[in-house]
Design a protein around this ligand. Structure first.
Ligand code: PLP
Length: 396
C-alpha cells in the first residue's frame, strides 16, 4: 500500500499491459475471444474481466478502480457511468422486498428520489432521520433493517454524520452501512476506516476534478463488489472508455488539487465570517460550526464545499440579494455540480426546485438566502476579491 500521493500515480499500473506510459483509451465495445472456449466462458463470468465486453469491464476502468479502492482503504472498487449509477447499483445489490432502510432527511436529490419513490415501489420501506442525531438512527432500527445510508457533510447544509457511531450501529444490528463520500473526497475522509462497509462517490466531482466526465465509484469488500458487479451488468451503468481515461488522468493530481481546495475554502469561509452582508457561514472547518469537534475527529481536511446565507429583512429580500451576488460574481460560475478546478456558486433552492416548498425547505434546513459554493484551485486572494465586489452590490 502506497501513500495516497504515490498511489495516485502508480497503483493499478499492472492493468496497463501496453508499453505506453499513459494507457490508451480502449474505445471498443468488444474483444476477440480467446482460442480456448473454456477461457471465454471463464471471462464471461469474471467480475471486471478487462478484455471481454465493455459493459463487463475495461482495463483503464480497472486501473482507476484500483487507485480509488486504495485511497478508500477498501479491498476493491467498482466504477460506474455516474455517481447515481454507482449508488443505485450498490443499494439494489443489497436490498430486497420486505427490507427496511434508514436514511437521512437530507441527501443528494436523486438519492432522495431513490428512497422516496423507487425503493417503496419495490416493497422496501425507508425511514428518514435527522443526521446530526445519533439516537434517532438507533430509534429507527427495526428487525428488518438491512441498510443504513448516510452522506456527510450534507449537501448543501454541511451537516456532519457521526461515521464511527453509524459503523458501530450497523454492526450491532446486523445492517450494512453505506456512506456517500463525494463531498469530502478520500483524501479528507475515509469512512471505511471508521467502520462503514460501503463507500460511494460521484467521481464526476473531486475524483475526476475537471468537470469533463461523469463517473461513480463503489468501494467495499471483494464479496460486495462481486455482488454489485452482477447488478451493474444488469442495470447497465458501465463507465465509458473515454470517461475512464479522463478519470485516471484527473486522479493523478487529486492530492495537489485537494490541498489547494482545502486551503482556499478555509480562507474564504474565514473571510465570510467577518462580512456584514453574510448572515451565516456553513463550513465544516470553521470552529463556529456546531459539529466542528466531530468534523475534526473524522476528517483530515474539510474540503471545498461551503454554504453562505446572505442578509435580508425577509426571505424574499434574501432571495433578491443572493441573486444579485450570483449575477455579479466573475470568477464563480453559476452552475450545478462541484469538485472541479474552477469555482462554482449556485442557488440551492432554485437548483432543487424547492423555492416555494416550505415543507421541504424546513426538512432540509435550506432557505432562499443561501448560496452553495464549490471552491476551485484559483488563488484565494482573487476568490475573496471577487466576493468582496459582488457583496458590495447588495450595499449593506
Ligand atoms: C453528494 C452527491 N452524491 C451523488 C451525486 C450524483 O452524482 P452523478 O451526478 O455523478 O450521478 C451528486 C451529484 O451532484 C452529489 O452531489
Amino acid at each position: 500500500m502506497y501513500k495516497p500521493e504515490t498511489g495516485l500515480i502508480h497503483t493499478g499500473n499492472e492493468w496497463n499491459e501496453t508499453r505506453a506510459v499513459v494507457p490508451p483509451i480502449f474505445q471498443t465495445s468488444t474483444y476477440y475471444a480467446p482460442d480456448d472456449p473454456a477461457d471465454y466462458s471463464k471471462d464471461s463470468v469474471t467480475p471486471n474481466a478487462p478484455f471481454f465486453y465493455q459493459r463487463h469491464g475495461n482495463p483503464v476502468t480497472n486501473q482507476a478502480a484500483a487507485i480509488i479502492a486504495e485511497l478508500e482503504k477498501t479491498e476493491a472498487a467498482l466504477l460506474g457511468s455516474t455517481g447515481m449509477a454507482a449508488i443505485s447499483t450498490a443499494v439494489l445489490a443489497h436490498v430486497k422486498a420486505g427490507d427496511h432502510v434508514i436514511a437521512q432527511n437530507i441527501h443528494y436529490s436523486a438519492v432522495n428520489m431513490l428512497f422516496n419513490e423507487m425503493l417503496p415501489a419495490f416493497g422496501v420501506e425507508v425511514t428518514r432521520v435527522d443526521q446530526i442525531n445519533n439516537a434517532a438512527f438507533e430509534q429507527a432500527v427495526r428487525p428488518n433493517t438491512t441498510l443504513i445510508y448516510v452522506e456527510t457533510p450534507s449537501n448543501p447544509t454541511l451537516e456532519i454524520t457521526d461515521l464511527a457511531f453509524i459503523g458501530a450501529l450497523g454492526k450491532k444490528y446486523g445492517a450494512i452501512t453505506m456512506c456517500d463520500n463525494t463531498f469530502s473526497s478520500p483524501l479528507n475522509q475515509r469512512p471505511h476506516e471508521l467502520g462503514i462497509d460501503v463507500v460511494l462517490h460521484s467521481a464526476t466531482k473531486y475524483l475526476g476534478g475537471h468537470s469533463d466526465l461523469t463517473a461513480g465509484a463503489i468501494c467495499a469488500s471483494k464479496d460486495f463488489i462481486e455482488k454489485a458487479w452482477k447488478k451493474l451488468i444488469i442495470l447497465g451503468g458501465a463507465l465509458a472508455p473515454m470517461d475512464a481515461w479522463l478519470l485516471l488522468k484527473g486522479l493523478r493530481t487529486l492530492s495537489l488539487r485537494m490541498a489547494q481546495i482545502n486551503s482556499n475554502a478555509l480562507a474564504l469561509a474565514t473571510w465570510f465570517e467577518s462580512q456584514k452582508g453574510i448572515k451565516k457561514v456553513l463550513y465544516a472547518g470553521l470552529p463556529s460550526h456546531p459539529q466542528f469537534k466531530l468534523a475534526q475527529r473524522q476528517m483530515t481536511g474539510f474540503g471545498g464545499m461551503l454554504c453562505i446565507e446572505v442578509v435580508g429583512d425577509t426571505e424574499d429580500e434574501q432571495f433578491e440579494h443572493a441573486q444579485a451576488v450570483l449575477r455579479q460574481l466573475h470568477l464563480f460560475s453559476n452552475a450545478a455540480s462541484l469538485g472541479g478546478v474552477e469555482s462554482l456558486a449556485v442557488h440551492p433552492t432554485s437548483m432543487w426546485g424547492i423555492r416555494h416548498n416550505q415543507e421541504r425547505k424546513a426538512q432540509t434546513g435550506m432557505n432562499d438566502g443561501m448560496i452553495r459554493i464549490s471552491v476551485g484551485i484559483e488563488h484565494s486572494d482573487d476568490l475573496i476579491a471577487d466576493f468582496q465586489q459582488a457583496l458590495s452590490t447588495i450595499a449593506i
